[in-house]
Design a protein around this ligand. Structure first.
Ligand code: CA
Length: 237
């Protein structure tokens, strides 16, 4: 199947330049210049990656992200923002972009991020449940993680996680008690150790906590190690 990237960006110069670099990574790049076209394409066709500008005429990036997530929790989404003050919303619980870049960004950085995301998608496709024998299921208190099916249950009830949330939880749970710096997690789970993007990790941790902790404001499973990072305690929440 053709591997396609959707780029929703109303600034045409940026869109053209970004598309030029993204074309090296896939079979086709489609550009949508406003939110209406972006929303339509995002929800009707299959995309290896959707790159979404936050501020758009018509439905904005957050609205598109939210709608896509409802229908396709696993869809990789990279958001472009102009202000770091918007990050909480971009990476927030209800929207949940996988990653973001702040404008102005370098197209090489965009291409590097996109490449990391596509590589991960490719790896997921290649690994069929049969050759996941080495990837045993993980039980940690009330949480059960099934890597072969990429399913998580909490006290027997299925939990909806995005692909990145799943990867992060699985990675932490495979190393109970070990303390990870945010940069380590970016490196291992996102595929790049990019300074200044630790906020992505914090937001994903918060989203995971909201989904698996009894009291997300006093987490028992994914614990903050002040001044360092996070660890998975393996304790029941
Ligand atoms: Ca814009």
């Amino acid at each position: 199947m053709a591997r396609r990237i959707l780029l929703v960006e109303d600034e045409r110069d940026i869109a053209e330049l970004a598309a030029l670099h993204l074309r090296d990574l896939c079979d086709e790049v489609r550009i949508a210049n406003d939110g209406h076209e972006g929303l339509r394409l995002a929800t009707t066709l299959d995309w290896a990656l959707i790159v979404l500008d936050l501020r758009l005429p018509g439905p904005d990036g957050l609205e598109i992200c939210r709608t896509v997530r409802r229908e396709r929790p696993y869809q990789p989404i990279l958001m472009l923002t102009s202000k770091s003050s918007e990050l909480d919303r971009v990476l927030g619980l209800e929207t949940g972009a996988d990653d973001y870049l702040t404008k102005p960004f370098s197209v090489l950085e965009l291409a590097a991020r996109a490449r990391a995301i596509l590589r991960r998608v490719e790896l997921l496709k290649q690994s069929s449940p049969d050759d996941e024998v080495s990837k045993n299921a993980i039980d940690a208190g009330p949480v059960h993680i099934d890597p072969a099916r990429r399913e998580v249950t909490l006290r027997g009830r299925s939990v909806d996680l995005t692909a990145r949330e799943f990867d992060l939880l699985e990675y932490l749970a495979r190393h109970p008690g070990r303390v990870f710096r945010r940069a380590d997690l970016l490196d291992s789970v996102w595929g790049y150790g990019h300074e200044g993007y630790e906020h992505t990790v914090n937001s994903h941790i918060n989203r995971l906590r909201a989904k698996i902790e009894s009291n997300p404001s006093e987490p028992k499973m994914i614990v903050t190690v002040w001044g360092v990072g996070y660890k998975f305690s393996g304790q029941a929440a």
